[in-house]
Every structure is written in C-alpha cells, then in structure tokens.
Design a protein around this ligand. Structure first.
Ligand SMILES: Nc1ncnc2c1ncn2[C@@H]1O[C@H](COP(=O)(O)OP(=O)(O)OP(=O)(O)O)[C@@H](O)[C@H]1O
Ligand SMILES: [Mg+2]
Length: 537
C-alpha cells in the first residue's frame, strides 16, 4: 500500500474496535491523494488495515488528542477510534470481520477507488437511495430484499427530513406492478408525493365498521378499566357480542368467537346492556328485587352513548355501507385494491379524532396482518406497512387508557410479521417514546439528524454494538442526510437521500418570507366554521 496513505498504527484492540495512534508528522488533518483531499479522523470516514491477503475496512468513530510517551519523552498525539465494518478478500467485499488486526499493524487512508468494491456489493439489485455524503459521485446501494423484508426504523428530529426520506425511498419501488405499500399517514402528507398514482383513502370519510374490531379494541374503546364494575361489563359485553354475531350469522354460528370479524348489531347489544342495568326481578316476589347487574352498566352506557352519538365517530359506529359480514371483502378490496392490485395505499388519518387514532391504527394494521396470516399466497404478496409519527400511537409505555391496542398489534407484527410477509417501517422524531419492542425488531435504521441527547443515547442502544461510536455524527447531519445502519448495506453509510419528486406536503413553512408579504388570506370566520364542522384542510 502507498506510503502516502499511511496514517498510523494500531495501538489497542477490543470488541468495539481499534485505537490508532496517528503518526507524529500528521499536523494538519487532511491529505491530498490523486487530486482529492481526504480528511483524516473525520467522523464516519474510512480507513484500511491490510493483513496479509485481506484488507480490513474500518470507520472512524472518534478522534482525540492524547498525551503519550514516545522514547521516554511525553508528547501529544492524535488518537483515532475505529469501528471495523468489513473485509476485502480477493477483490470481493464482505460485511464483518473475522480476522482481527494486531497491535502495531499499519493503518491507511481509504481512497475512493479502494472502496468502490465495497460500495458496489449491492449494485446488482439496482436499488439506491442517494449519494454517499463523503464520496459525492458514489451511489448508496442497498440489498432491497433485506431492506424491505425486515423492519425499518426512520428516525430523526423534527424537520430533519424523515417524511421526504420515506417518500423518496417509496417512490423508487412504487411503480413496480406488484408493490404493496400501505402508509398510515397522520398528517395527510403523502398524497402529494404519490399524486395520481396511489390509492388515497381519507379514513374519516370512509367507513371502518366497529364489527371489524377485535374484542381488545372494543374493550379499549368502551370500557373504563378503572370502573369498579369493569369486570362484569367485560364479561357481559363479550357474551352479548358473541350472541349477536351468532344471531346475525347463523350459518357460521359454530365457528364464531368474540374476535371473528363478522357483523353484529351494536345497538342490540346496547339495548340488552341497558335492560340488565335497570332490571328488576318481580317473579314470585312481593317487593321487586334488583337484577344481578342492576346499576353496574350505567357508566358503561354513558361512555358508549357518548361515542355512538358523536358525529365524529360516525365512520366507525354508524356504518352505512359495511353492514353485512360479506362486505368485509369490499372493505379489504378498497384498502388493498381489487385482488391486491393497489401499489401504494395511503390511509389518511388526518381527520380522525385523536382519541380513536390508536384503535383505528390497531384495527387497520391488524386487518392487514390478519389478511396475510390467512393468505396462502402470502409469499407472493409481501406488504410494507408504514407508520408515520409512530410515537403518537405506538408508545414505549402505553399504560394510559386507549393507548395499548395499536402498540400490542404492531408489536405482534414486529415479532411475527416476517413469517407472514408483513414488514413495518416505523417513522418517528422521538425514538425514546416509541415501543422498544418494535424498534428493537428493526434490522435497518435510517437515522437522520438527531439533536436530543436522550434520543441519541437510545439510538446508541438500538444499533449493533460496534456502531455506537457513529451515533456521535447524528447531530451534525444535514437536512435529508442519514446514517444508514443495518444488514441491507455493506457497511454503515452516510447518505444524502435523493430529494423526493414530487415532495410530500411537509415542507418547512417560510415564516420570514410569509411575514414580509401582505397577502394573508386568513379569514377567521372560515376557520371557526371548519373548526365547528371538524373539516380539516
Ligand atoms: N433529501 C433532502 N435533501 C434536501 N433537503 C431535504 C431533504 N429531505 C428533506 N429536506 C428538507 O427538510 C424539510 C423537512 O423535511 P421533512 O418534512 O421530511 O422532515 P420531517 O423529519 O418529516 O419533519 P417532522 O418530524 O416535523 O415531520 C423539507 O421541507 C426539505 O426542505
Ligand atoms: Mg414528517
């Protein structure tokens, strides 16, 4: 290897990586090689450590000045910490390192040409998400099967470019004939990015009939676990649902359980609960006696009526189209396209009342998971589920009322989805607040600028041990620049993600530009009117 590329020697080695003592003659931390300036010790730059017929590739994760004693005299030298990422053998690059260098092994700068072999490992898939930040002409190639086939986390502070990254990545696969992507879009940002080429469903104008909910979702919606009568409410509610399901679907009555997604009449169940709540037993008694559930369902009924009579929940509790079990086929065909033909479906949750977002997410995600669970053709029908703003409904500790169903559903998908061809992309600005079970099942992390130290530390725990040093680069990333770590790439990569075209409806609002112009068209009466009618724009 060229002497001009030599920068130092290995001084110690442990499971996290190597320490490299830089040569004493290195005073300025850059070097010109073949017409390009290479920065020595810059975070996430690469080095080479030749060992016999192998070349080990490492990545700089820290640079510091240390007092060292050379030939008996104390002196200050640069010490570089290096994470080992892969090995080049016989012109071929492999992830990981099996032969470790020893102390005193020389360390060299990696030139673009040295790394071409590593960067092109996955070129054959033809799937690339952007340019490498440190090698502007190099594309970042990923193994697309591994990337989409295992779960993905897209993390970064607000405004770091997550929505643009998700749009950009998905736009690359959206045109394929059999792509199946379903985006749970909390702020209705994505329709613009897939304009005219997606199956856009505004959930609040659609119908998500209550009878598709499983009992856990129904219970979470209607029963207050802190009510002293919650246990009786649960038992009776469950029995009455099973009874109504059997009554409405007599041909299936022998196979029906409380969770079978068939039609039942909520009004009928309600009427029965009300009857029990006010029941007085007179038969054979001179003074009527209160029934066993007398007064025990009053609060339940108030809660239920509150939901049933609220027009905002009409799309769930007062379905007009989906009022027979057989309409479940139409329902699924809307979401997946006729026989699964939709490539990108955007489930726009922007108009959904906040307090039912959880239940709705749980219902939608579960329906899709269960669909592939029962689909004998699932291996040919893999589905990617995208959860935007996941911290809102997939919380890390969901003990509060109404917050558990979505988390439990998605945790199950995170654990079992791979077997059934359902994969998740979890997008969040607050990784600390997202279920650890879900994030720890992710195999690939696309991490954009992350400024909060708590979140950085959390990410440090999530990524494989040897890459923790790289987390230090996160606060310094540009908009749309990501550190990609995971098994779909040849080594951790710093990538400037391609700008999506078209972009999602998430652009920064230009406060200063807007303030300078006098074209404000805000009419307060119109805003108030929409507020009353709950018409979100
Ligand atoms: N790849 C990119 N290259 C250049 N600029 C980008 C890129 N991606 C995003 N940006 C800029 O960053 C802004 C914010 O992006 P985006 O809405 O995707 O952020 P976000 O992380 O989703 O934010 P939030 O957490 O608030 O939803 C965009 O308006 C765009 O100008
Ligand atoms: Mg966003």
């Amino acid at each position: 290897m060229l002497e001009q590329k030599l920068i130092g020697v290995v001084t110690s080695i442990n499971s996290a990586g190597l320490s490299v003592l830089l040569d004493g003659n290195i005073t300025s931390l850059n070097r010109d090689l073949n017409g390009k300036t290479y920065f020595i010790g810059q975070l996430s730059t690469y080095v080479l450590i030749p060992m016999g017929n192998l070349v080990i590739v490492g990545m700089c994760s820290e640079l510091k000045k240390e007092d060292v004693t050379i030939n008996g005299s104390p002196t200050q030298r640069y010490l570089m910490l290096v994470t080992l990422v892969g090995t080049v053998k016989g012109g071929k690059y492999e992830r990981g390192v099996s032969n470790y260098p020893t102390v005193d092994t020389p360390v060299y700068i990696a030139e673009d040409a040295d790394l071409a072999v590593a960067f092109s490992v996955y070129q054959r898939y033809g799937f690339s998400v952007g340019n490498l930040s440190l090698f502007e002409t190099q594309r970042a190639y990923l193994d697309a099967n591994k990337f989409f086939g295992k779960h993905i986390a897209v993390l970064g502070s607000s405004g770091s470019g997550k929505s643009c990254t998700v749009a950009s990545i998905l736009q690359k696969v959206a045109p394929y004939p059999d792509t199946n992507i379903i985006i749970l879009d909390i702020h209705n940002e994505y329709a613009k990015a897939f304009e005219g080429k997606c199956n856009h469903i505004a959930i609040a104008d659609f119908e998500l009939p209550y009878w598709l909910m499983n009992f856990e979702e129904l219970r979470e919606t209607f029963i207050d676990e802190n009510d002293e009568n919650a246990a009786s409410q649960i038992t009776v509610f469950k029995d009455l649902i099973v009874g109504s399901k059997k009554g409405k679907n007599p041909e299936m009555s022998s196979i029906i359980t409380v969770d079978t997604p068939v039609y039942f009449d909520l009004a009928e169940v309600r009427a029965r609960m009300q009857y029990l709540d006010t029941e007085k037993i007179t038969a054979g008694l001179s003074i009527p006696k209160e029934g066993p559930f007398y007064g025990k369902f009053t609060r339940f009924l108030v809660r239920l009526d509150g939901k049933l009579n609220d027009p905002r929940y009409g799309f769930v509790f007062r379905p007009k189209t989906y009022i027979k079990s057989s309409t479940m086929i139409e329902f699924l065909s809307k979401i997946l396209g006729a026989d699964g033909s939709a490539q990108v479906t955007i489930l726009d949750l922007s108009g959904v009342p906040f307090d039912v977002v959880n239940t709705i997410v749980s219902l939608l995600a579960r329906m899709i998971f269960d669909f592939n669970f029962w689909n004998s053709n699932r291996r040919d029908f893999p589905i990617l589920l995208v959860f935007e703003e996941a911290h809102n409904y997939l919380p890390s500790t969901g003990v509060g009322a109404g917050s558990g169903a979505a988390r439990r559903t998605v945790e199950r998908i995170a654990k079992e989805g791979r077997k059934y061809g359902v994969s998740c992309m979890v997008v969040s600005q607050r990784p600390v607040e997202v279920s650890e079970t879900i994030l720890s099942q992710c195999n690939n992390f696309v991490i954009l600028r992350l400024t909060n130290p708590l979140d950085q530390n959390y990410v440090r725990k999530l990524v494989p041990d040897s890459f923790v040093g790289l987390v230090d680069v996160l606060p310094a990333l540009r908009q749309g620049e990501a550190l990609i770590v995971g098994d779909a790439i040849s080594m951790p990569l710093r990538v400037q993600i391609d700008y999506p075209n078209p972009e999602p409806d998430s652009a920064d609002i230009k406060f200063y530009e807007k303030w300078k112009k006098s074209e404000a068209r805000t009419k307060i009466n119109e805003v108030v009117d929409r507020w009353w009618k709950q018409e979100k724009v």
